[in-house]
Design a binder for this molecule. Structure first.
Ligand SMILES: C[S@@+](CC[C@H](N)C(=O)[O-])C[C@H]1O[C@@H](n2cnc3c(N)ncnc32)[C@H](O)[C@@H]1O
Length: 286
């Protein structure tokens, strides 16, 4: 009995500690995103938005559109450039992000462009009840899942905010790419684990993905999620997967050896048609 009790205590202690660690890691990530939000405000292609051109790429347009007249919740909307693009393309958009600075800049951009997106600050793992509405579309894209320490909570948020019959859509870096390292003499190598681990990877300060001349002061913590983790989290919430598509091109330069082609996408030279770099997924709440 004593052993059992002791084991239970140890389990609870570990559980509480890992929750606390997750909170600390989230706070660190929040600081990072607050730091880089103004950098992105000056380096994202906001000029296109100012000239009336939406930033949503042709893959998403083909797979998700038309969105005219639909209510849309954008999870992890950052500085709002995609949220405002979706609004320009006809949706009634609400954007949520946990970075105070990102949300402030999103509101500023919204006002500058005369858009009508509602932006609010909130953690997508803990935002049920923050918005008193359900949506035709819940949308998230481009660099979102690695910041989350609990995909089941994330999928609960997705399902909670979807109307019955509503659509969930994601465009994201393919989990296989997170295994790849090109900072080696031998070229591209599989260095990092594919499978999820409770402990996040700590990434040091380094050049920003949007403005390579900017070196961030904050380190970050990121979690890897396999394709089955992502799909199963959504299935557990009763969502019906309509499709998963995989691509050998990506929306940003994830590795130094990647190359931007005339079509505007980034490729991994020599690995075209071999390594998936991006996926999209559409699901419906039945
Ligand atoms: C790469 S950006 C989002 C991608 C967006 N398409 C962009 O580049 O404009 C990642 C965003 O996720 C947000 N984020 C990270 N963890 C979050 C969480 N738990 N809840 C809400 N937002 C979060 C960050 O603040 C950041 O704005």
């Amino acid at each position: 009995m004593c052993t059992l009790f002791w084991e239970k205590c140890t389990f609870l202690k570990t559980f509480r500690q890992s929750n606390m660690e997750n909170k600390k890691a989230e706070q660190q990530n929040q600081q990072f995103w607050d730091e880089v939000a103004p950098v992105h405000f000056n380096s994202y292609d906001l000029q296109s938005l100012r000239t009336g051109r939406s930033l949503i790429d042709e893959v998403q347009k083909k797979e998700l559109y038309p969105i005219e007249g639909k209510s849309l919740l954008h999870l992890q909307c950052h500085i709002g450039s995609d949220s405002i693009s979706l609004a320009m393309d006809g949706a009634e958009v609400t954007g949520i992000d946990f970075s105070e600075k990102s949300v402030a800049l999103a509101k500023q951009l919204n006002e500058e462009l005369g858009a009508s997106v509602q932006f609010l600050q909130g953690n997508v793992l803990d935002c049920i009840g923050k918005i008193d509405q359900q949506f035709d579309i819940v949308y998230t894209s481009q660099g979102v899942l690695g910041w989350l320490n609990d995909l089941n909570k994330w999928a609960t948020t997705v399902a909670h905010y979807l109307k019955d019959g509503g659509t969930f859509y994601i465009q994201e870096t393919h989990p296989v790419l997170y295994m790849v390292d090109d900072d080696t003499k031998e070229g591209v190598k599989l260095t990092y684990p594919y499978f999820h681990s409770k402990e996040p990877m700590r990434w040091g300060e380094g050049p920003d993905y949007s403005d390579k001349t900017y070196i961030s002061k904050n380190h970050t913590f990121e979690w890897t999620w396999s394709m089955s983790d992502i799909v199963n989290a959504l299935i557990k919430q009763g969502l019906q997967i309509q499709f998963i598509n995989e691509y050998d091109k990506l929306f940003y330069q994830a590795l130094d050896s990647m190359e931007k082609r005339a079509d505007g996408w980034w490729y991994l030279p020599g690995h075209e048609q071999k390594v998936p770099l991006m996926f999209t997924l559409k699901a419906v709440k039945t």
